[in-house]
Design a protein around this ligand. Structure first.
Ligand SMILES: Nc1ncnc2c1ncn2[C@@H]1O[C@H](COP(=O)(O)OP(=O)(O)OP(=O)(O)O)[C@@H](O)[C@H]1O
Length: 579
């Protein structure tokens, strides 16, 4: 079987755009009628000047005023509906995209840590805000600019010429605005993303920053990044300000010009006074979308950069395709010449590991710091993928399992325990359907039940962001309960006892024995020897390779031997050999 991963992340984006297309067409149709109704004002003016004032007819004034008010009411209604369609389009686009983008960010973080994944949801927000805001309306009205100019030509050739020249000047200024500000705004946006990211990672380490007096240094670093953003934004704003200043001057000059030319044509008797006023209003209207687009340019640039980042993210991180459903695993783990390099690195930290762990076996993985133990744990649960060789569960390559389907059969306790904001019960149940019996059972197996009951709100205790309201040992016990929740077939524990006290260690040993008796495969990574009494086999890793894989007494006998190749792992005391 081949790996069924594909690079069709962009398909999600394309499909979201396609689903919104109907709404965009509706908005354009509404824009058409709205722009037609814009003629109500100038036409009313024309009629008042040329008909009512000339005929002094009150009835005509009343009728055309009533008509104008009616049409303006229709205008208001169309405007409301258009804006509601835009809001719904933004929400639809967001709902189609946000979940996928966040999911891709998660997968991206696993495959390529260190990139700016936290920016992804904010980018979807920027796009939604742009779609629902005034920017899009300006862009929807822009196609009608030529029609307004054509109407100016219908009024009089020279009025048309003034409107056309005006539109060309303003369009040139808009293009200049884009050319002058594009680079600076793009760089400012990247600098701002970098500064925000630096702040979020520093805040996570706020305690260390405070304790070791690093605040000034950290702030200094952030300040440099922030200054970059500010100076680039200032450059862009200065340029945009200059363009906007000229823009306003040009627009006012054009109003003067059109009235001047109009008045001259009235003097010549070519047009009426009403036409002159109507032309001035129509030209103002023709230039309004261009002016609005320039005013909204920054939001447009922000949305464009967000779109670019989302596109890059979706195309860079391969989408997991639907995989064939496999039967629930029994828990046999095999590694065949497994080579693993950390994401983003091509230096392997596991170099051809081969081993077989049978269901019901407890394996201890030991080795010096940096030997590759956590790498092996990550590879066994499918977090890091094999550069060569493979990891198989019940004979099937781990990549062929759907992570959502395999997940409930896997218990994983990472070296750095992170809980999620929510209650202890929710964390133990992995934020799935909450079955109180299963939660308590898992907590009891992990030896966490009594400890949880002693907390003020018991299982309902909120653990805070990352589980910060719990102590390190409490966090580790809750995470162990999460790992054994639902009786998974394979349990991988990376340093599960690093923060445990004696009582916790006993509970952990009991949990491992319990899992073994239930026929589960348990892989436990530990620097401490206390757990080694409950293991069946010990796998010694030295520099990413298996130095020894045998029963504990054999391994420890080998370790005592002079010139042993497993001497990289030194246990303070050899454990009692288990059965
Ligand atoms: N995300 C990473 N990116 C790059 N290199 C990494 C990454 N994680 C680990 N390494 C490297 O891989 C090697 C093995 O690391 P690993 O965490 O597997 O060791 P370990 O045996 O679990 O160590 P320890 O007992 O200290 O936890 C180390 O040399 C480490 O520098």
């Amino acid at each position: 079987m081949k790996k069924q991963v594909t690079n069709d992340g962009l398909a999600v984006l394309k499909s979201a755009i396609a689903r919104c297309r109907g709404n965009v067409v509706a908005v354009l149709i509404f824009s058409f009628f709205l722009n037609l109704l814009v003629f109500v004002g100038p036409l009313y003016m024309l009629q008042v000047y040329d008909r009512v004032l000339a005929s002094r007819s009150e009835v005509t004034l009343l009728v055309i005023t009533g008509l104008a008010i009616g049409l303006l009411a229709v205008y208001a209604m169309l405007e409301i509906v258009r804006s509601r369609i835009l809001v719904r389009t933004g929400v639809l686009f967001d709902s189609l995209l946000a979940g996928n983008v966040v999911n891709t960010a998660f997968r991206g973080y696993v495959r390529m840590p260190g990139q700016s994944y936290s920016q992804a949801p904010r980018d979807v927000d920027s796009l939604r805000e742009f779609i629902t805001g005034a920017g899009v309306i300006a862009f929807c009205d822009a196609p009608w600019v030529p029609i307004f100019i054509a109407v100016c030509f219908l009024m009089h050739f020279w009025i048309g010429i003034v409107a056309l020249v005006g539109a060309l000047i303003i369009f040139t200024l808009a293009v200049m605005n884009e050319l002058l500000t594009r680079k600076a705004l793009g760089e400012a946006s990247s600098a701002s993303v970098a500064a925000n990211q630096y702040v979020s990672s520093s805040l996570r380490n706020a305690e260390a920053v405070h304790a070791m007096g690093m605040a000034r240094a950290v702030l200094g670093r952030w300040h440099d990044l922030h200054l970059d953003t500010l100076s680039l934004q200032a450059v862009a704003s200065d340029r945009a300000g200059a363009v906007m200043g000229s823009f306003k001057a040009v627009r006012m000059s054009l109003q003067v010009a059109i009235l001047g030319v109009g008045a001259y044509l009235v003097i010549l008797g070519d047009i009426s006074a009403g036409t002159m006023i109507a032309a001035s209003i129509i030209m103002g209207r023709a230039l309004a979308p261009v002016e609005a687009a320039v005013g909204q340019w920054k939001q447009f640039v922000t949305a464009r950069a967000a779109y670019g980042r989302i596109k890059t993210l979706l195309s860079a991180i391969p989408t997991d395709k639907e995989r064939m459903s496999l039967p629930a695993p029994q828990g046999e783990l095999t590694m065949e010449r497994l080579v693993v390099a950390p994401p983003g690195s091509n230096v392997p930290t596991l170099k051809g590991v081969s081993a077989r762990f049978a269901p019901g076996e407890v394996i201890a993985v030991v080795g010096a710091s940096g030997a590759g133990k956590s790498t092996l744990a990550r590879a066994l649960v499918g977090v890091w993928t094999a550069a060569a060789g493979d990891v198989r569960i019940d004979g099937a390559e781990i990549e062929h399992w759907d992570p959502e389907e395999l997940g409930p059969h896997i218990g994983y306790l990472p070296q750095e325990v992170e809980l999620f904001g929510g209650t202890i019960a929710e964390n133990i149940s992995r934020f799935g359907e909450l079955d109180p019996h299963k939660v308590i059972e898992a907590a009891q197996i992990a030896g966490a039940h009594e400890m949880i009951l002693r907390l003020p709100d018991g299982y309902e205790t909120m653990v805070g962001d990352g589980g910060r309201s719990l102590s390190g040992g409490q966090r580790q016990r809750v995470a162990l309960a999460r790992a054994v929740y639902g009786d998974p077939k394979i349990i991988v524990l990376d340093e599960p006892n690093s923060s445990l006290d004696q009582e916790g260690e006993k509970a952990l040993a009991a949990a491992i024995t319990n899992a073994k008796q239930a026929g589960r495969t348990v892989v436990v990574i530990s620097h401490r020897t206390s757990l080694l009494s409950v293991v069946d086999k010990v796998l010694v890793l030295v520099d990413g390779a298996v130095a020894k894989f045998d029963r504990p007494e054999v391994v420890f006998a080998a370790m005592q031997a002079p010139n042993s190749n497993v001497s990289a792992f030194r246990s303070p005391q050899a454990p009692a050999a288990s059965a």
